[in-house]
Design a protein around this ligand. Sequence first.
Ligand code: FAD
Length: 471
Amino acid sequence: MNPVAIRDSYDVAIIGAGPAGLAAATLCAKGGLSTVLFDEQASVGGQIFRAIEETPVTDKRVLGASYWRGMDLTRAFRSSGAQYVPEATVWSLTPEREIGVSLHGGSVLTAARRVVICTGALERPFPIPGWTLPGVMSAGAAQILLKSAGLLPAGRTVLAGCGPLLWLIAWQYLNAGAQLSAILDTTPAGNRARALPHLLPFLFSGYFRDGMKLLRAVKREAPVIADITSLRAIGDDRVTHVEYRRGNGAAQRLAVDNLFLHQGVAPNVNLPMAVGIKHRWSDEQLCWVPVLDAYGNASIDGIAIAGDGAGIAGAEAAEWRGRLAAMAAARALGRSVPDPEETHVRDELARCLRGRPFLDALYRPARIFRQPSGDTVVCRCEETTASQIIDAIALGCPGPNQMKVFLRCGMGPCQGRLCGLTVTELIAEHRGLSPQEVGYYRLRPPVKPITVGELAALPKTDAALYAVTRM
Ligand SMILES: Cc1cc2nc3c(=O)[nH]c(=O)nc-3n(C[C@H](O)[C@H](O)[C@H](O)COP(=O)(O)OP(=O)(O)OC[C@H]3O[C@@H](n4cnc5c(N)ncnc54)[C@H](O)[C@@H]3O)c2cc1C
């Protein structure tokens, strides 16, 4: 493996090579700042532009224009002069902006005068009975297999859930020639009324035209069953059926080999929360969002957040947020970035955000699919069930961190990524509090698993730190 020279310090370190990180790194480097971009993936692109430089899906009609738009951003980044470090997992960031990076099985420490966290979003947990069965996975994970390996599911495939990404993945699958037995749409009927007040700005946002075209195309080719109010994955050693109800109707079953679930995305809070950045509960997006200023600067000096990690707004907004954060970083370091003008960046960002309130309201996932009950597994790492959590609340467990002590949920390899929102909402519901009052897991580094060996191999003193020849 080619050695990667990680410097002791940089002007700007960017974490995450999705649209936000690529845009921010390009602008910082163009402004003459020493800039490094770390990403845990093997190639640039983040979630939306995943594997864009080497995807086997070369027929551009399959993934669509919104995917291939990433080529310009990637080329601009590649020629910007910024240092790119792939397969680099940032597991620690301190308020003093010291960064712990795991790279090829070893860890290094570096530092930066400004840090922009662009770690994006994660799919929202979708805890239904049987969601841990083999053959059941998130629709986003299925899309990753398509983008990075050109893989399509074999056999009877059902998509279930709600949100723009579910429809995009269905459309990409159909373009790729996959058969979909059904799409079980869990968008609550009542959401349409809830979204109506936000319709006008949505009509003038780019989402409307593209979204309608995509929805019509999918509904022409795949059977869509709407108003799904309950879902259950059934099977012994793998999923064989999905059981669902429409409205108050009787339970129905579909035979399946693959069940792909999706009910929206939420900011990836692990690194920002572990460094101590202030977050608040967003009832519009049903998740935790960082408290940021107009440039994305966070509650800790010298650290900013851009992209979907700053609140869900989509790929184009992520780019413009990345540029704003880069402008602020350059200014703080006494530099300016060549272009674009700040007013233009803000106009573009405002255009991208115009349709968001409508989408958030229309695709607000139903409570039943966010707050499970009974034996449904909530914490997949520790196999903690909803009833265990609800019993612990009844026993007086006040919050998520005490729940860790009671039941170990949130203490596994994913560090609460797949159960945190569910645990917060269940406690809020059963204690009659708001999620803001209940809070979230206290997150600490390492935010991603590293070996004890990596930790032990780290220099113990500053002198040692600067004496070590970097890997
Ligand atoms: C699975 C999935 C698929 C999606 N597909 C689409 C799509 O096809 N179209 C669309 O419009 N939107 C899609 N989205 C929504 C997506 O959030 C945004 O559209 C867009 O990608 C957000 O850009 P971003 O720059 O904020 O972050 P992202 O694109 O999410 O990029 C963040 C990057 O940071 C990396 N990272 C995270 N933590 C660390 C760490 N600790 N150390 C190092 N690297 C780290 C991630 O691996 C990722 O490469 C998807 C979201 C998910 C979760």
